[in-house]
Design a protein around this ligand. Structure first.
Ligand code: PLP
Ligand code: TYF
Length: 400
């Protein structure tokens, strides 16, 4: 049965974790996978999560099956967070939100549903994008192509967004094309388009009758929860039927609990109810219904004003620390002798920096210095701290 089964390639990002774990270099630093670590290099367990868990443990509950679309209070919390509690679209019942197994699960449920209603549509993802975007939509049966996004030749060779190219590709897309957009904190580049550019994208999506799928895996890591979510409000205000996947892996530091969601905006309550019924079929045929624990934590935090404020404060601290590390990286690289202008690192936003380093340089960083980033030159700034930054700067300076 398995004689012809080929060995699959390792995940280019998660595969680095194994290599990192096996490295005996005492100075090793893992800037590969997109995970936030605090200044002591520890994965944080947020206080808001601990308080919610303590309250849950004080009155333990049995674990029955959840409804197919998840915990009702969780779905309501996500809706309010992503679209605003007072928004017309929520109040009029035009948002269908389902709990999902991480942001990945939200993308997969959305992809399966889209394949049913738009079987011949093409999917466009940014060039580059999170590699799982391509794999996931391809697996769901779609042909996946790219729209231009990052261009190393922009900004005098320092790199940036080729917005004209992006807009031209979207304008040229056939009607009904599904366009995957990073709502904020673009992975892997760290470059986001401006609010004015978003308006232009929305106009093209509308004019060309495209389907926008917004992946929001980093809400709160850019400028704030509300600020980062504003782009969703723009699409809704334009009267578009959109898909939004949400991940709480990073914003709640709940990676292993697999907490995410998918929200779909319909044109009326009646239409949205029909959409929800189909999303539930997609869930049922993938994994029946979601797990309880992570969703219960997030529902408890989002539904309690004090815990919600505590979460916002803790998320703000993560955001501020990453920004401080960006500045320290720019200063540290200069002090280590790098003459190239690296200030683009502070223009980038979210967890990642596309460094502009070549594959050869990234391989040297790993083998000679134990500094792990992806072959594409992406580094997770959220894993840099006051203890490892000097080594990171010295290592980068040496390979440059
Ligand atoms: N989308 C993007 C852009 C991501 O970077 C990630 C990261 O993990 C995900 C989706 C998936 O999120 P999750 O880990 O919650 O499945
Ligand atoms: O891009 C990242 O590093 C995160 C984590 O298959 C991740 O989004 C990476 C690869 C993968 C799943 C999650």
């Amino acid at each position: 049965l398995f004689t012809a089964v080929e060995m699959a390639p390792r995940d280019p990002i998660l595969g680095l974790n194994e290599q990192y774990a096996a490295d005996s270099n005492p100075l090793k630093v893992n800037l590969g996978v997109g995970v936030y670590f605090d200044d002591n290099g520890k994965l944080p367990l947020l206080e808001c999560v601990q308080v919610a868990e303590k309250a849950m443990m004080a009155t333990p509950t049995a674990r029955g099956y959840l409804p197919i679309d998840g915990i009702a209070a969780y779905d309501a919390g996500v809706k309010n967070l992503v679209f605003g509690a007072d928004s017309d679209v929520v109040k009029s019942g035009r948002v269908a939100t389902v709990q999902a197994i991480g942001g990945t699960g939200g993308l997969k449920i959305g992809a399966d549903f889209l394949k049913k209603i738009s079987p011949n549509a093409k999917v466009l993802i940014s060039d580059p994008s999170w590699e799982n975007h391509r794999a996931l939509f391809t697996n769901a049966g779609f042909t996946v192509e790219t729209y231009p996004y990052f261009d190393q030749s922009v900004n005098g060779g320092l790199g940036g967004i080729n917005f004209d190219g992006m807009l031209a590709a979207l304008t040229a897309a056939t009607e009904g094309t599904i366009v995957l957009l990073h709502a904020c904190c673009h992975n892997p580049t760290g470059y986001d388009i401006t609010p004015v550019q978003w308006d232009q994208v929305i106009q093209v999506v509308k004019d060309r009758n495209l389907t926008a799928f917004l992946d929001m895996a980093y809400q709160g890591f850019g400028y704030g929860i509300t600020e980062d979510g504003a782009v969703i409000g723009k699409f809704v205000a334009a009267g578009l039927n959109i898909f939004v996947s949400t991940s709480f892996s990073k914003s709640f530091s709940l990676y292993g609990e697999r907490v995410g969601a998918l929200s779909v905006v319909g044109s009326s309550k009646e239409e949205t109810d029909r959409v929800l019924s189909q999303l539930k079929i997609a869930i049922r045929t993938n994994y029946s219904n979601p797990p309880t624990h992570g969703g219960a934590i997030v529902a408890a935090v989002l539904g309690n004003p004090e815990l919600r404020a505590l979460w916002e404060k803790e998320l703000g601290e993560m955001r501020v620390r990453i920004k401080a590390m960006r500045q320290k990286l720019v200063d540290g690289l200069k002090a280590a002798g790098v003459t190239k202008d690296m200030s683009f690192i502070t223009t980038q936003i979210g967890m990642f920096s596309y460094s502009g380093l070549s594959k050869d340089q990234m391989v040297r960083l790993r083998s000679e210095f134990g500094v792990y980033g992806t072959d594409t030159g992406r580094m997770c700034v959220a894993a840099i701290n006051s203890k490892n930054i000097n080594h990171v700067c010295q290592a980068i300076a040496k390979v440059m």
